[in-house]
Design a protein around this ligand. Structure first.
Ligand code: AHR
Length: 500
């Protein structure tokens, strides 16, 4: 008999969520910028060429930060190419993805777009083909108030006020041989240290993110983090991690278990960061910026014309099973909210994204839009140390995979409790018994589900079969025990409110 029990007590908190865990990412890649957030001439475009239909969907996701301009792209980017009169901007070969970059959209357009979208920029600097000098110049261009060549250039380009960009990534995936200007941890640690140092001299209010490993599977994982962090310790605030899950072998039980790997990855990065802290006898604690995460595999092997402008690249069309994996990744981020302070769903539009568009046409919600939207809306506050006791299963790759994966969040005012619960079981419904230790006066007010019998069903421009619905019957509550049926292979959100 399958079972799942969850015990929550308001006093036992993991920590308070940082809003920035609901960030996203816009890279100059495929149609993320061109044809995604920006498409002058589109019937929905505003006077800046920003697509209003896309902005509307992004606002529903409520993303507080957006990382830009890459990704692999940033490691060959000259930021100066993307400022000033558009007709003078150079067209360039873009080596990360084999396309042509027109530079029609650049830093000033991105800052304006962020303002329109109601989000904040998280900028990345090029530490691949360039270095500390260009990085500190970009900080000066963006954040210095005026009276210098670069800050006055920003004014001339239309922005009298500085942009006040707070968060800066020190390159991207510098451990990967696919990266332009890839480095050893020693080379990278030194460059990142010097870049961060002079970027902070330029604007002491900024925070910097050191590149961690580009995946858990990298041969240098662990050693990369400890070596680079030790070298750059004094000038960095976060270390990044990136993780994408795939289902290339179509092994569903195994795919649904992948959130387990997210837990392990986060915990091993924490161990590496704390090891360096211990070794240095430092009081400073470094936290995690999980600045690329998602499911990514559907578009593998897509063909496109080399050096074309904004081709269809990495355009994963997500299915229902992906909802469950994204849901478990979000739960994992929540359960580690004491150390994961920033997270960016990669990416935002068209490129492995929750939002898809047609050039000149519609914009629509992919399946993974929904778990992200609900977590962003209701998963803010205090994450509770939910003790989950559940039946488990094994796959070829994983052992002891919990059938039910949960995260419980108490709103900041203590008036609402939200439980996210995913039933990974492909065949059986499971009753989740939640013991509410000290939630007197709380009653269930909604049970939202995303469920479908076909794990491979997809949302397309014309039909979106994967969408949330509300259960008519609310969970039963008897004293302190709440019982909820979690349908087989389902995503659930239970909300309880304190009645006055
Ligand atoms: O998000 C797509 C790519 O994945 C990014 O450019 C890179 O950083 C990662 O490998």
């Amino acid at each position: 008999m399958k079972y799942a029990k969850l015990t929550v007590a308001s006093e036992f908190k993991v920590g308070k969520t940082d809003d920035r865990i609901y960030g996203s990412f816009v890279e100059h890649l495929g149609r993320c910028v061109y044809g995604g957030i920006y498409e002058p001439g589109h019937p929905e475009a505003d006077e800046n060429g920003f697509r209003r239909d896309v902005l509307g969907l992004i606002k529903e996701l409520n993303v507080p930060i957006v990382r830009y301009p890459g990704g692999n792209f940033v490691s060959g980017y000259n930021w100066e190419d993307g400022i000033g009169p558009k007709e003078l901007r150079p067209r360039r070969l873009e080596l990360a993805w084999g396309t042509t970059e027109t530079n029609e959209f650049g830093t000033d357009e991105f800052m304006k777009w962020c303002k329109t979208a109601g989000t904040s920029p998280m900028m990345a600097v090029n530490l691949g083909t360039r270095g500390p000098d260009e990085a500190r110049q970009l900080v000066e261009y963006c954040n210095h108030k005026g009276g210098t060549y670069l800050s006055d250039l920003r004014k001339k380009n239309g922005s009298a006020e500085p942009y006040g960009v707070k968060l800066w990534c020190l390159g991207n995936e510098m451990d990967g041989p696919w990266q332009m200007g890839a480095k050893t941890p020693e080379e990278y640690g030194r460059v990142a240290c010097e870049a961060a140092k002079i970027m902070k001299w330029t604007d002491p209010s900024i925070e910097t993110v050191l590149c961690g490993s580009s995946s858990w599977g990298m041969k240098t994982f662990g050693e990369w983090e400890t070596t680079a962090l030790d070298l750059a310790w004094d000038h960095v605030d976060y270390v990044s991690m990136h993780q994408y899950h795939g289902n290339n072998d179509n092994y569903l039980e195994n795919f649904l278990a992948k959130g387990v790997e997210t837990d392990r990855f986060i915990e091993s990065v924490i161990a590496a960061l704390d090891y360096v802290q211990g070794k240095r006898h430092s009081k400073k604690r470094i936290d995690i910026s999980f600045d690329e995460w998602n499911v990514w595999y559907h578009s593998n092997g897509t063909k496109f014309e080399k050096w074309s402008e904004a081709p269809h690249l990495l355009e994963d069309v997500y299915n229902y099973a992906d909802v469950l994996v994204v849901g478990t990744m979000l739960n994992s981020i929540l359960r580690h909210c004491d150390r994961v302070k920033i997270a960016c769903l990669a990416q935002l539009v068209n490129v492995i994204a929750p939002i898809m568009t047609d050039n000149g046409g519609k914009a629509w919600k992919q399946t993974i839009f929904w778990p992200f939207m609900f977590a962003s809306k209701y998963g803010r506050g205090y994450v509770l140390q939910g003790l989950t006791d559940t039946s488990k299963y094994d796959t070829k790759w994983y052992t002891d995979v919990p059938d039910v994966d949960t995260a419980a969040v108490l709103s900041e005012d203590g008036e609402e409790l939200t439980i996210f619960a995913i039933n990974r079981d492909l065949n059986d419904d499971i009753v989740l018994e939640t013991k509410l230790c000290d939630f007197e006066g709380f009653v269930p007010v909604s049970h939202t589900v995303i469920e479908h019998s076909d794990p491979y069903i997809k949302n397309t421009r014309d039909s979106q079969p994967v969408a949330p619905s509300e259960k008519k019957e609310l969970p039963e509550i008897d004293g302190r025990i709440m019982k909820t049926k979690l349908g087989k292979m389902s995503w659930n959100m239970l909300r309880l409110k304190k009645v006055k």
